[in-house]
Each structure stands twice: as C-alpha cells, then as structure tokens.
Design a protein around this ligand. Structure first.
Ligand code: SF4
Length: 389
C-alpha cells in the first residue's frame, strides 16, 4: 500500500476501491470533506492508472461559437447577449467554414461548436452548417451543441428531441458536448440558471442520444453556491445514466469563473478544491473511462498537477475560447501541442493525441520524437491569428 494511505483516514476507502467495490454517495462526501489531499490523490491516481495505464491524452481541436445571442439570461453566464447589445455576434455558415478551413491547416481533428439559444435561426442553419463542415473534410469530427441547445432547436422546429438528434446526426453531428449540466439540484439550478432545462431534461437529451448508439461528454460547474452534497448528488445522476447507457466518453468538471455575472462569488475555486473535485470524480465515477482536467478553467500548470490526482486528459488546443474568458478566465485562449506534450511528459505520463471519442491517434514515446515546430507553433511565432473572429 502507498505509504501516504497507510495512516490516512481514507485508508478504508482505498481498500474498498482496490477491491473493485463501488464507493457510495456517503463515501464520496467523506472524500470531498477530507483535508488529506495527497491520500485522496493517491486513491484517484490508483483508479486512473488502473483504467488508463501511464497515458494522458490531449486533442487538437478548435472552438467555434456560432452566435452569442440567447433568449435566456442565466445568472452565471457572461457570454450571452441580446440582439440590442453592441457586442452580440452571429456567424454565417461561410464564416464558420472559413474558420474551420484555417484550423485544418494546423491539423485539428475536432470542431467543438456551441452557441446561445438563438431567437430565430432556422433548424436548416444547423444542418447546413454540419454538412458544409463535413464537405470541407469528412474526417473532421463535429462535437456540437449542449443539451439545452438541442431542446431549443427541437422546440423551435417543432420536432421531437429524438427526431432532431437523428437529423443532426445525419447531417454530420458526431458527438454532443457536455456543457449546460451546471449543478443538477433544483434549488441551486434555479438560483444560477433560471429558465434553463431541468436536470431530467439534460439527462434525457444525452440518454436519447446514447440510445441512438452515439456518445457524448458531461460536465459539472462547481465552486459557486453549491454544497459538497450537491456535487455528490450531481455525480450520482451521471453515474446512474452511465450505468444504463454507457454513452459518456468522459467527464469534465468545470471550475466556476466569477467575473461579469450575477452570482455573488468572489474567487474561483482554489487549487485544493479543483484537485479534490477531480480526484473524487475519478474515484466515484467508476463507470467512466476518462476524466478531463480542463486547462481553460484551471490553467495548464494546475491541469498538469491534476494528472496525478485522477485526470488522464488535458482537453485540447481550443484556439479560440470565449465562454470562460468572458467570465474572467486568465488562461490563454489556446494551447500548443508542444506545451501539452511537455506538461504530460513532465508529469511522468506518456502523451497521447486522441480523437473526439478519446481513441488514440498518436502516442509520443519521447518528446524528441515530436517535431518541435508544429503548425500551431509556427502560426504563433509568425504572429498569424488563428482566432480571427
Ligand atoms: S448559459 Fe447558455 S443558455 Fe444560459 S444564458 Fe448563457 S448562453 Fe444562454
């Protein structure tokens, strides 16, 4: 047994996990409440390495927000705008295709596309966008739309959620994004995202997508007004649906960003809170293969440390992140492949470039095997902007 665990108050939970027994919600709360972060991390790392070995992944991707117009006004959101606002935006399909074309030149494999709940874009805008992007490169994986966007699109087009999902899939949709889960507990959800879909609706959209044979990721927005019990409750719903569908590829905890919104929280989650949340998620979500340390919300330095606290993935290059940065995130808007590989190697893991479904594309045995001048580095060095929005 790891010496950190021998005298830890969490020793019995390590024994349970090592015996492949499922931890309960009460156990998860105990893990959250423990101040023994290193022991917690050791358990999470044990689970992580049992599932994924010594590998840690990243993806070459680009974010595109097609519009920030939204009919809702979630209290925590710094991204949404109304049509009357001067800094609202909406891209044509041609503009989106142009952004994708630029990003393909730096070898991205995924576009991650979300927007607000637009008041009047027709359903055909979304299907034509997907078709146009697939026409650009049929290998490009399209990870698009949150559950609430799917509900909104279906409602606007007077379609069932299932029919809307089938049409979007037929147009090229590969995966749903996990955004919009926030915190499932009704009282908290109402206080931070009044009018948004319920927990049941979020889970129903993902469940319907999974039952079509498709996959998605899921999230939890933490570090605002929720309690630790609320976090455990949230994870419980995700584990339940995963038991049923096995459609989630990974879980992405999102640390709350406190600026430019209406939730009275002075500071974002601390390093301690970020690491323990990743670690508890890794231990409790025993039916999830992957836990992502989202560098946008925590910075690459802490995301790197998180690779020893249960995370096995650093997310992606992203190129142009708006939603977290409009809420005050201080991280850069993109990461280069070199920076992520170095971070993974220094943490003692083998870097693996992955696709949307966390499947390996390329494993880097040594950092020397990686050509230091990749297209993103070159573009950065020459001052070329990839985020030309
Ligand atoms: S969080 Fe999403 S649904 Fe809520 S206001 Fe912002 S863009 Fe709209």
């Amino acid at each position: 047994m790891n010496f950190l665990l021998e005298r830890s108050e969490l020793r019995d939970l390590y024994v349970k996990v090592a015996a492949n027994e499922r931890v309960s919600e009460a156990d998860a709360l105990r893990l959250f409440q423990s101040k023994d972060l290193n022991a917690l991390g050791a358990i999470a790392d044990f689970v992580c390495q049992r599932k994924n070995g010594n590998r840690a992944s990243y993806i070459l991707n680009r974010y595109i927000n097609y519009s920030n117009y939204c009919i809702l006004s979630c209290q925590f959101c710094a991204f949404a705008r109304k049509k009357r606002d001067a800094d609202g935006f909406q891209f044509s399909i041609e503009e989106i295709v142009q952004k994708a074309r630029e990003a393909l030149s730096v070898r991205i494999t995924e576009l991650h596309i979300v927007g607000g709940l637009h008041p009047n874009l027709p359903f055909a805008y979304y299907t034509e966008m997907l078709r146009a992007l697939k026409a650009l490169d049929s290998r490009l994986q399209l990870k698009c739309f949150t559950a609430i966007e799917i509900l909104h699109l279906a409602w606007m087009a007077k379609k069932s959620v299932k029919d809307a999902l089938v049409e979007l899939r037929d147009a090229g949709l590969d995966s749903l994004t996990g955004g919009g889960a926030e915190i499932f507990r009704k009282e908290i959800r109402s206080a931070i995202a009044k009018g948004k879909e319920s927990a049941q609706e979020y889970l129903e959209v993902h469940g319907t997508w999974h039952r079509l044979g498709e996959r998605s990721t899921c999230t939890m927005l933490y570090g605002h007004i929720e309690s630790l019990e609320d976090r455990v409750d949230h994870l419980r719903y995700l584990r339940q649906l995963q038991d049923e569908t096995h459609g989630f590829t990974g879980f992405v905890p999102l640390p709350y960003q406190p600026e430019n919104n209406r939730i009275p929280v002075n500071t974002p989650p601390t390093g301690f809170d970020t690491l323990r949340t990743l670690a508890v998620s890794r231990i409790y979500l025993d039916n999830f293969d992957h836990i992502t340390a989202y560098w946008v919300g925590m910075g690459l330095k802490l995301a790197q440390v998180a690779l020893s606290y249960g995370a096995d993935d650093l997310h992606g290059t992203i190129i142009e992140e708006k939603i977290f940065h409009m809420a005050g995130a201080k991280s850069p808007q993109l990461q280069t492949e070199t920076e992520m590989i170095k971070a993974i190697r220094e943490a003692g893991r083998v870097p693996v470039q992955r696709n949307t479904f966390y499947e390996p594309i390329k494993e880097w045995d040594t950092i020397e095997a990686f050509a230091s001048e990749t297209p993103i580095e070159k573009a950065k060095a020459s001052g070329q902007s990839l985020a030309s929005a």
